[in-house]
Design a protein. Structure first.
Length: 215
């Protein structure tokens, strides 16, 4: 019962933040941005540890760090570093419950995505003389690829969906910031981002039925 109530409030508060909260004042914007993450943290905490209690702990830490990053992203480099740390905690979590090797098709897609995004984003930044930022972007892409790679190895459908949504959200944010304006970018970024974190919370109480689930 409580899970359904909290999940409903997550959806409601996400919609309120994405569609109704103005950009100013910034502190109010940040406060409402954090509310859905606080609810997702509560939802995750209430989940029984289906696969591993340590997995649950690592996911909770990742959610908390990403919540901090949500507020700090207004200071972009600090927020980027904090999100990077959040991804690393998710990697630890996924590695802890690894059940299979990544499917070949998924590996090809992830590698292709990494090469494309690294070349596009870092190349654009490099051409503008932003060499340090270009290197930071490459590092970030490597880490989110590792996060996605390890998610596939869990054979946990919620972890995999969450990782895909998180990569999509980050990619949209990066393209919008460094390449060109993306229509409805705020809606796309935050919808996929909240969806990713909610999927990670759901993954706590999910056990893969077959080791070769995705093959």
């Amino acid at each position: 019962m409580w899970n359904k109530i909290i999940a409903t409030f997550i959806v409601i508060m996400s919609i309120v933040y994405i569609f109704f909260i103005p950009s100013d004042p910034v502190l109010v914007k940040i406060a409402f941005k954090l509310i859905p993450m606080l609810l997702i943290l509560l939802f995750a905490w209430l989940q029984p540890a289906g696969a591993s209690s340590r997995y649950k702990t690592l996911i909770l830490i990742g959610l908390f760090v990403c919540m901090l990053a949500d507020g700090l992203i207004y200071w972009f480099i600090i927020g980027l570093i904090t999100f990077l740390i959040g991804h690393i905690w998710y990697i630890f979590a996924f590695r802890h419950v690894k059940k299979t090797t990544i499917p070949r098709w998924a590996a090809i897609i992830l590698i292709g995505y990494g090469i494309l995004m690294a070349g596009w984003l870092s190349g654009t930044l490099w051409s503008k003389g932003e060499t340090i930022l270009a290197a930071a972007v490459i590092l970030y892409i490597v880490v989110i690829l590792l996060m996605g790679w390890n998610a596939f190895q869990t054979a946990n459908k919620f972890a995999i969906i969450g990782a895909i949504l998180f990569m999509f959200s980050d990619s949209t944010l990066a393209i919008n910031k460094f390449i060109a304006d993306v229509p409805f970018s705020d809606v796309i970024i935050m919808t996929s981002y909240y969806g990713a974190q909610f999927m990670f919370a759901l993954s706590i109480n999910y056990s893969a039925v077959r080791k070769n689930l995705l093959k």
